[in-house]
Design a protein around this ligand. Sequence first.
Ligand code: ATP
Length: 256
Amino acid sequence: KAEDGIRDPLWSRGLGDVYKRQPKDHPRYKSLLAREKLVDASEFVAKQGLIAHGRGEAFDYLLGEQTCLPALSAIKAAASALIEAKNPVISVNGNVVALAAREVARLSEISGAKVEVNLFHRTPERVAGLTKMMKKVGIDALGANADDKIPGLSSERAKCCSDGIGSADVVLVPLEDGDRCEALVNMGKKVITIDLNPLSRTAQTAHITIVDELTRCLPLLSDFVKEKNGLDSFNNKQCLTAVSYTHLTLPTNREV
Ligand code: ATP
């Protein structure tokens, strides 16, 4: 499948050119589009983010590239948490902005959640670039004037805004790393995450883990918040077990 770019050894525009030659009905179209978006934003997305994306793609492949039923429950539980929140914040990193700026903007508008650029590989240039990308979709993201710290984390990755993550009661952190997820939980925040790896420390640590692809679940989450279609009774551990069961039954629920 060299035409998919899978064997393409470069991070470069070469992959983009490969993508542009694909017809829209190509079976890997969505995957190629996501890769293209990351490559396009490579000035502001850390290269390590490309590796994380690859791991996400692998898990999504195993899940049949569809929203599984347990994930649907988690999305509804997340909708409830956002509806009930007093000061919800959506924490975005480079991958999230590159892949889903519009979806994040819609969720922010519907839920009233603020958006904060919060980076593991933080540089002023990256924060400024990602803030600008959010501005293009109508969102004034916090993040540049970080005046607060997430306790328990070292150096740049601890930085956050007092009027954003610092004072949030509910934080949605898609594609987060385990350390920061745990640190946010330890701060007393209700943490919702989106992570295709049900085994990651983030997935295991968050209060609500949506094991689904970012761009697929965000529109559903926005719809559920809009329709006030939430789920109050939710057990994250049971949900993650159910996701694992979905993995095991895959050969019966997808065309191979
Ligand atoms: P942890 O520290 O939580 O154990 P990690 O160190 O693997 O996890 P990262 O390297 O930051 O964390 O990876 C982020 C996670 O995001 C990965 O588990 C990956 O599966 C997931 N991921 C990547 N792309 C997407 C996507 N588009 N949608 C949902 N999840 C994704």
